[in-house]
Design a protein around this ligand. Structure first.
Ligand code: GLU
Length: 443
């Protein structure tokens, strides 16, 4: 079965970049009828927190992307130990004794000679006696995975044919001297154990993928299919500011961004498909295609997201939002107010405007006009109020355009702008509208 995983570290809140990775994984899992798994990369016990893991689950649920299953790396050390032992006996892992300072000096020397700072594998040529001497000094080894020199190639679903020259990278450290594992090997062990078929993540992992291809092979498994998304940049093409880059689902939720808007935005950003309003996430699932992703960085913009959000709010059906609206607000009211909203939460303001009489002061002229409006309205029979009202006022007063409408809006709602007056007047109702017009007229 097609199996994808989203593998955040619970060391902070998910930010827009992580969310985009999660969304891409989820869309493809749903499109292919496969599974979407959550893997919590919590091997860093100092920085990982249960509350962040909870927040990650909450964010995924809010987006409608709750994982089909979940694993935590901190529960799986035995699996990593077993893989480590296998690779050690196969000669693919070796102990190294250099201190960080020693490594740093060597790196600097190489760089100063214009050479790439690749680990020289000095530890591989240590004799047993030399190793014993280092151990006797109290040094404990860390452990490196020995890359072999077969060229590393894979076909990336986004980047196309990809390769890594193993000679261009250092043998990665897979385990620290204190016995803890670094990211690289556990991720491969988990991908094998969880039957992951597609690894979809950011371009910052391309080199890791090349190295991991060799780890999969060393563990006797064909590597999964990889897809690396280009990274997010700002609207000008520059690196995302700290604020934008760390924008979390929670912050966006508090700003009134709908989950569907965030999904629709991040699903299409950096692809050849339009960023557009969709009725539901199924439309995004159906149209998802790795082919559509470009190699160029994807330009993230808060304004663009807010605009898409407004469009999506305008299309939300009453049933989908009724539990987030003021209790007495009807489907009719939602239909009238909806086109005017940027955020769903603002519906409550318009609703209270409809339900409470405004305090307004009109010019003398407009006060007289409001009085005429009250007379006209009083004479109207039937359900349709606004059309007959303005038609009558037009012929009685000779007013047109703004002068005809604006004082009415102001007298009835206390606002200069807002939803269509025909709908607003219907919601306010004839009796209350009469009271408001008379009050505005100073009566
Ligand atoms: N925890 C890693 C990250 O967040 C996972 C990378 C991966 O294997 O997808 O970058």
């Amino acid at each position: 079965m097609t199996t994808l995983r989203f593998a955040p570290s619970p060391t902070g809140h998910l930010h827009v970049g992580n969310l985009r990775t999660a969304i891409t994984n989820w869309l493809y899992a749903r499109q292919s009828g496969g599974q979407f798994l959550l893997r919590l990369d919590d091997t860093d016990t100092e920085r990982s927190r249960a509350e962040y893991a909870d927040a990650i689950r909450r964010d995924l649920a809010w987006l409608g992307m709750a994982a089909d299953d979940e694993v935590r790396q901190s529960d799986r050390t035995a699996l990593y130990e077993a893989a480590f032992d296998r690779l050690l006996s196969a000669g693919r892992i070796y102990p190294a004794y250099e201190t960080p300072e020693e490594l740093d000096v060597r790196r600097k020397v190489l760089l100063s000679r214009g050479k790439p700072p690749i680990y020289d594998r000095a530890a591989l040529s240590l004799t047993d006696e030399e190793r014993a001497a280092l151990e006797a000094e109290g040094r404990r080894p860390h452990w490196r995975f020995r890359l072999d020199d077969t060229p590393i190639e894979w076909s990336d679903l986004i980047r196309g044919p990809s390769h890594l020259d193993p000679a261009a990278v250092s043998d990665p450290v897979v385990r620290r001297a204190d016995g803890t594992f670094l990211y690289m090997l556990p991720s491969v062990v988990d991908d094998i154990d969880m039957g992951v078929t597609h690894v979809v993540r950011g371009e910052d992992h391309v080199t890791n993928s090349g190295v991991q291809v060799q780890m999969f092979e060393a563990l006797g498994t064909a590597p999964p299919t990889f897809a690396h998304q280009s990274l997010l940049v700002d609207q000008e093409g520059g690196k995302l500011s700290k604020r934008l880059g760390s924008l979390s689902a929670r912050q966006l939720r508090e700003q009134g961004i709908e989950p569907l808007a965030l999904l629709a935005y991040l699903a299409r950003l950096g692809t050849s498909q339009p960023v557009e309003s969709v009725a539901d996430s199924q439309a995004l699932i159906d149209s998802f295609a790795f082919d559509a992703f470009g190699r160029a960085p994807a330009r993230f913009g808060e304004d663009e997201l807010a605009q898409l959000n407004a469009k999506i709010v305008h299309g939300l059906p009453y049933e989908a939002v009724s539990d987030r609206l003021p209790e007495a607000m009807t489907a009719e009211a939602w239909a009238i107010i909806r086109p005017n909203l940027e955020r769903l939460a603002d519906a409550a303001d318009w609703w209270s405007m409809i339900n409470s009489a405004p305090v307004v002061e009109l010019s003398e002229d407009d006060a007289a006009y409001a009085e005429a409006a009250a007379e006209s309205l009083a004479a109207i029979d039937g359900d349709e109020l606004w059309g007959p009202l303005v038609a009558d006022l037009k012929s009685r007063t000779g007013r047109k355009g703004r002068a005809l409408f604006q004082p009415l809006r102001l007298a009835l709602t206390g606002q200069q702008h807002g939803p269509e007056m025909a709908g607003i007047l219907a919601l306010i109702g004839k009796d209350e509208a009469l009271r408001r017009l008379r009050a505005a007229a100073g009566q």
